[in-house]
Design a protein around this ligand. Structure first.
Ligand code: AP5
Length: 210
């Protein structure tokens, strides 16, 4: 079974949701650059101050900032891991090649209008990063996290105009990584527009877990 994984795909494709499920099932470490940056913003740290305006506008945080985050997180990970939301540029992918040996990159393929709908209805737990959807995947108690009861929040970049900007950024900067990893024989494409459980099963088949 492949255990050193990257989840690649447009915003709203379900990378975070599936990374949490797979990490729970197989005890993989989960390295999610978006979550790390949001936490830094909430703590008003130096990193958060650097990242805030980029994220708020749907732009990428500079490569050198996220590369350092990744290097630090990977250095404390010895078993299997899922990297969610990194790399997002060719420069980041080249950096990753130097510091880790990735076994598989899962590409989450989904139609654009579905992504926008999923994002505007998304709610997240600021404490444990659990992801919900007010239409498709609501919490058991309205607006409260199933895990810890924390009040759910709407991400600042989950409004429609910023979402469209993020999608534009994805197609310009990140989509070229599909060819990058295909040519290195590392890419597995899954249909991320399906029901949650079906997507999980596709990933499990791709990595050789079932
Ligand atoms: P990040 O937090 O990584 O956001 P993203 O990549 O845009 O992805 P999302 O979190 O929006 O979507 P997802 O695919 O995880 O979907 P989810 O599972 O939540 O990055 C945010 C920002 O940080 C970036 O814009 C950038 O500024 C910065 N950043 C981060 N990493 C960076 C890097 N490496 N370099 C530079 N900048 C960086 O699901 C979405 C919704 O759909 C949820 O409501 C969920 O419940 C629902 N859903 C999921 N799957 C299904 C399903 N199968 N059926 C129905 N509903 C579903």
């Amino acid at each position: 079974m492949k255990t050193r994984l990257v989840f690649l795909g447009p915003p709203g494709a379900g990378k975070g949701t599936q990374a949490l499920i797979m990490a729970g099932k197989f005890s993989f470490a989960r390295i999610a650059t978006g979550d790390i940056l949001r936490e830094a913003i909430a703590n008003e740290s130096e990193l958060g101050l650097k990242a805030k305006e980029f994220m708020r506008s749907g732009l990428l945080v500079p490569d050198e900032v996220v590369n350092e985050i990744l290097r630090e997180k990977l250095s404390s990970t010895d078993n299997g891991f899922i990297i969610d939301g990194y790399p997002r540029t060719i420069e980041q992918a080249d950096f990753l090649q130097k510091i880790a040996s990735i076994e598989m990159v899962i590409y989450f393929d989904a139609p654009e209008e579905l992504l926008v709908q999923r994002i505007v209805n998304r709610r997240v737990c600021p404490r444990c990063n659990a992801v919900y959807n007010s239409v498709e995947n609501p919490p058991k108690v309205e607006n409260r996290c199933d895990n810890d009861g924390t009040e759910l929040v709407h991400r600042i970049d989950d409004v429609e105009d910023v979402t469209r900007e993020r999608l534009k950024t994805f197609w310009q900067k990140t989509a070229p990584l599909v060819d990058y990893y295909f040519s290195r024989d590392l890419l597995a494409k899954i249909s991320a527009g399906k029901q949650l459980e079906e997507v999980t099963a596709e990933i499990e088949i791709a990595i050789g877990a079932i």
